[in-house]
Design a protein around this ligand. Structure first.
Ligand code: PMP
Length: 390
């Protein structure tokens, strides 16, 4: 209004001054985030130049590791779970309430950071074969951490079951302050909705609605379902493709409608029995968050550990992108899909977390990150265990 008024006065000096002031005020609004919660979402979409050039497709990756609380897409989910519980009056900041969660790490780290910011306690149950830096980080963030042996979901001591039990114990104990909430990322609506209202619309806006395929791994399934539910409504032709690591049943769920391919039954190793170094994706049970979008998943691509390791090295050496295991799996699957579709297509995937969170396991497992790289993409996409590439 002020600008309009000044423009009518037709004084260039006044106009220039008012414009500068307006610019400064915009800068002020845009540059200040409301705590770490304000740094969640609106992550950049990056063109991965090396993969795009090599395939003739545009391979774009949403840099979810740049979410500013726990540095993964789980920031969106943790905030969504907490906000929903606060709106329902289930959680009250600074009242001693404790959030319990079973997680392989990322969701716990996001919850622990946001809990600190909002005056809650976090109690995290996780498998003890995850990279040690994740539980170290959780402790530094002030969470209570219980590491348990990996076990099937029917086992009461399985990490998700244990978290549910701990929340119930809290509620039943009158001496514990506040309430105990089981966050329940695998089953809660708050998970896929965070991607339906955040990740999906952001991808649509950032690409101007111009994309041919979306590729993602699934742990809870919240990401792939939430993004697919949003994007497919607007882009019915979009191909949604699951990237699946060793030991996961989701590939068979998408391809054959069952968790275990009958042909494979004998030899199938369950997720918790497989010595995969990929963390955060792949599962052997049907979760609400995967099922809510499953019919929108058109295809699945398997990715081996070796392909993921080689891709992680490729991304550092060619693009300076240093990511963890699930991001590498996503990029292998996106590149395989680019080869299937042929040049000229646009594929969006996710970079979930940083390689820094995988130094002791994924990045330590093999001689990755060496200086020379004369490995071709085709070699990466087909490499097997014991390959001379690794
Ligand atoms: N990447 C990482 C590092 C994760 O921890 C997870 C979730 N456990 C995922 C990807 C998969 O996301 P979602 O749970 O939404 O399927």
């Amino acid at each position: 209004k002020e600008l309009l008024r000044i423009s009518r006065i037709e004084d260039p000096h006044l106009l220039k001054k008012a414009l500068a002031e307006l610019e400064r005020s915009f800068d002020r609004d845009e540059d200040i985030k409301e705590g770490i919660e304000g740094c969640i979402g609106n992550t950049p979409l990056i063109r991965i130049k090396s993969l795009s050039e090599a395939t003739g497709c545009e391979i774009l990756a949403k840099a979810e590791f740049l979410n500013g609380a726990g540095n993964s897409p789980k920031d969106r989910v943790a905030l969504s779970i907490i906000q929903m519980a606060e709106e329902k009056g289930i959680l009250t900041p600074h009242s001693g309430d404790t959030i319990y969660e079973g997680t392989v790490g990322s969701t716990g780290i996001s919850l622990a950071a946001i809990c600190r910011a909002r005056g809650y306690k976090a109690h995290i149950c996780m498998p003890d074969d995850m990279a040690i830096e994740k539980s170290e980080l959780l402790l530094k963030l002030g969470a209570e951490v219980e590491r348990v042996r990996p076990a099937p979901i029917v086992d009461q001591n399985q990490f998700v079951n244990l978290a549910r039990t701990r929340a119930a114990e809290h509620t039943a104990n009158p001496n514990k302050p506040g309430k105990g909430l089981f966050a329940d990322q695998f089953e809660t609506e708050a998970n896929w909705r965070a991607h339906y209202t955040g990740t999906g619309p952001e991808i649509y806006d950032q690409t101007g609605g111009r994309l041919d395929a979306f590729v993602s791994g699934a742990g809870t399934g919240g990401t792939i379902s939430g993004v697919a539910l949003f994007l497919k409504k607007r882009l019915p032709q979009l191909r949604v493709v699951l990237a699946d690591p060793p030991g996961s049943g989701l590939y068979n769920r998408v391809k054959f409608g069952v968790m275990f391919d009958p042909k494979e039954k004998e030899g199938t190793r369950r997720r918790h029995q497989v010595d995969t170094i990929v963390e955060g994706i792949g599962i052997n049970r049907v979760t609400h968050n995967f099922e809510v979008g499953r019919e929108l998943v058109d295809d699945a691509i398997r990715v081996t550990d070796d392909q993921a390791v080689a891709m992680a090295r490729w991304l550092v050496e060619n693009d300076g992108i240093f990511v963890g295991s699930s991001s590498a799996v996503n990029c292998v699957a996106a590149t395989k899909l680019a080869k299937q579709l042929g040049p000229g297509h646009r594929i969006v995937t996710l970079l979930c977390d940083s390689g820094a969170r995988h130094l002791s396991k994924f990045w330590a497992n093999r001689e990755v990150g060496g200086s020379e790289n004369d490995v071709s993409l085709d070699q990466i996409l087909t490499c097997k265990r014991d390959s001379s590439l690794l």
